[in-house]
Design a protein. Structure first.
Length: 281
């Protein structure tokens, strides 16, 4: 009789642990939405209590109302910016991955090129935009190049670091087993750099939007950057903030896509952390 009741007693704590784990996962999934909604509510309350004028800081309700009223032009402008940013970002991914692999695989090349890359990255990309206008004219191309330039460096550095930091002992063991240099790079170096690579993607996609919008405010007659510039010149501040909100939504959407791909391709790098968190709860 006791042998039958003992498993049931053990099953109750296990079920409770499963419930706590599910609640924890539900809270983690809902927390970003709660933070965003709470931020907008606090913003609305602060504008109402402090009686801030709309041309200084519009309330979220006014921003959403202006965005809905001008939804057609905003969608057209945001689509232009989205396409421009994605083209520049994908070019940065391709060139950054290739250059990072080459630099990380060769310590001599790493030492020779890295200081020049630091100097290049220190140049403000805003200062490059007028030069791009002289070379390419006003239009989409300066925005694409700016998005590429500003998102290229994080990808290159992270990939190069991931490949260059492969343990020397592991390299020695693989060489002793007969592995060639290119085999070590393909089988160990590139997989080792993937967590670094996807971490850089999350940074690069956000700064790519910054680059394209900055270029659109200076050297374009279309896009969300030009749209916000025109709205600001007409003192339509809620409309300009609506453009900022749309830009943020596009950045969050691309970040979510990067996270989904990261979990699909490098789940082995984070699974231990998640398991530890559940066990520690």
């Amino acid at each position: 009789m006791n042998g039958k009741t003992k498993p049931a007693g053990l099953a109750a704590p296990a079920k409770e642990a499963v419930r706590r784990s599910r609640r924890r996962k539900l809270v983690r999934k809902a927390s970003p939405y709660l933070v965003i909604i709470g931020s907008f509510l606090l913003w609305e309350l602060a504008v109402w209590l402090l009686k801030i004028e709309p041309f200084v800081l519009p309330a979220p309700s006014a921003i959403f109302a202006a965005g809905w009223e001008w939804r057609g032009p905003i969608l057209l402008a945001s689509w232009q910016t989205f396409v421009t940013t994605i083209i520049g970002f994908l070019l940065a991914v391709a060139f950054g991955l290739a250059a990072g692999t080459a630099i990380g695989a060769s310590s001599a090349l790493y030492d020779a090129v890295y200081p020049a890359l630091i100097g290049f990255n220190s140049v403000p990309k805003v200062a490059v935009v007028p030069i791009l206008v002289i070379w390419c004219g006003i239009g989409t191309l300066p925005a694409i190049i700016t998005a590429f330039l500003i998102s290229f460096f994080p990808i290159l550095v992270n990939v190069a670091t991931g490949i260059a930091t492969v343990e020397p002992e592991l390299r020695d063991v693989l060489r002793a087993l007969g592995a060639k240099q290119h085999q070590i790079l393909l089988k160990v170096g590139l997989p080792r750099s993937m967590p670094y690579f996807f971490a850089s993607l999350k940074i690069a996609i956000s700064v790519a939007f910054v680059g394209s919008i900055v270029a659109e405010t200076v050297a374009s007659d279309s896009g969300i950057g030009h749209f916000m510039l025109v709205a600001s010149s007409r003192f339509q501040v809620p409309l300009a903030f609506a453009g900022l909100v749309v830009t943020g939504v596009m950045g969050i959407a691309m970040y979510v896509v990067a996270v989904m791909i990261e979990k699909r391709m490098t789940g082995w790098a984070t699974r231990g952390v998640d398991t530890g968190m559940v066990a520690g709860g």
